[in-house]
Ligand binder design. Structure first.
Ligand code: PAF
Length: 281
């Protein structure tokens, strides 16, 4: 696997592939990769002739209280994992490559409504940073398809909406969340959990499953949300939200609406904030 840092080198490799009529799949990441990321590469591999991954810790999606500087940077380890997954090319740019006028002076993409609820309400500006950097990366890589984890459900929805609204010529694919045997969704943040917190953490997925069951039994969604948040709080979590939303636009369901819904949870265990979700089939 080749690693490139600058845009010209990236474009040269991709131009070569295009010249041979090959399709390109893309997996954007912030690095510190684990099996969940590897499953995204695998999906891209299955759907495209060549796979590009990016590792870029994007400053514009971090809030003032979220530590951009301390985000784990593990490029060498990431390169090994990506090569094992038969990724063809790693793009690992400097901040100045993606933000030539500086991160503060960047053009910014705002996806309305979808970004103003749930994660967006708690992390103002976060999704503007995500949408902006993903759009920049799409312009550089010009992939046929790009894969995002369903674990970041709202992020996936935001990207889908941006791509459609800006008519970007890329197919967005959502990859299923990878879970440990006890149900905990794989996440870079799991490494920060103490053994006691790690033992509690699977209750998030168990609660999502209960939310789904209660909705299927006809319970009203505000009651289900309240019950889930209380249960998590009693177990020792600090829940930010336990929500039932429409998959389509993350809006609140209408009365008696049970189809096309998703349950989403964000909760803290100590200083570690975990998110997870469960779309209802
Ligand atoms: O999900 C992530 O790792 C990031 O939000 C993304 C999509 C790579 C944009 O920086």
């Amino acid at each position: 696997m080749q690693t490139v840092q600058d845009a010209a080198a990236l474009r040269a490799v991709i131009r070569g592939w295009r010249g041979q009529g090959l399709t390109v799949g893309f997996v954007p990441t912030m690095g510190n990769l684990h099996a969940g990321h590897h499953s995204l590469i695998k999906l891209a591999r299955a759907r495209a002739d060549r796979v590009v991954a990016s590792v870029f810790v994007n400053p514009t999606q971090f809030g003032p209280n979220e530590d951009f500087e301390r985000y784990p940077r593990t490029l060498v380890q990431d390169q090994v994992g990506l090569a094992e997954q038969e990724c063809d090319l790693l793009f690992a740019p400097e901040v100045a490559t993606l933000y030539p006028f500086g991160a503060e002076q960047s053009v910014s993409i705002h996806v309305p409504l979808l970004t103003e609820t749930l994660e967006g309400a708690r992390r103002p500006g976060h999704f503007d940073g995500v949408a902006t950097v993903v759009c920049k990366l799409f312009n550089l890589v010009q992939p046929d398809l790009a894969v995002f984890g369903q674990k970041d459900f709202q992020q996936l929805k935001v990207i889908e909406r941006m791509v459609r609204d800006l008519s970007l010529p890329v197919k967005i694919m959502g990859a299923p969340t990878l879970r440990a045997d006890d149900g905990l969704a794989l996440s870079s943040r799991n490494q920060y959990l103490t053994p006691e917190q790690r033992a509690l953490a699977p209750q998030i997925y168990a609660t999502l499953q209960q939310m789904r069951e209660l909705i299927a039994k006809g319970h009203a969604w505000p009651v289900v949300e309240q019950a889930a948040a209380s249960k998590l709080a009693r177990a020792g979590f600090e829940p930010d939200y336990a929500a039932i939303r429409r998959v389509e636009d993350l809006g609140e369901p209408g009365e008696g609406e049970t189809e096309g819904l998703v349950a989403l949870i964000a909760a803290r265990l100590g200083t570690t904030r975990l998110i997870d979700n469960l779309p209802f089939e």
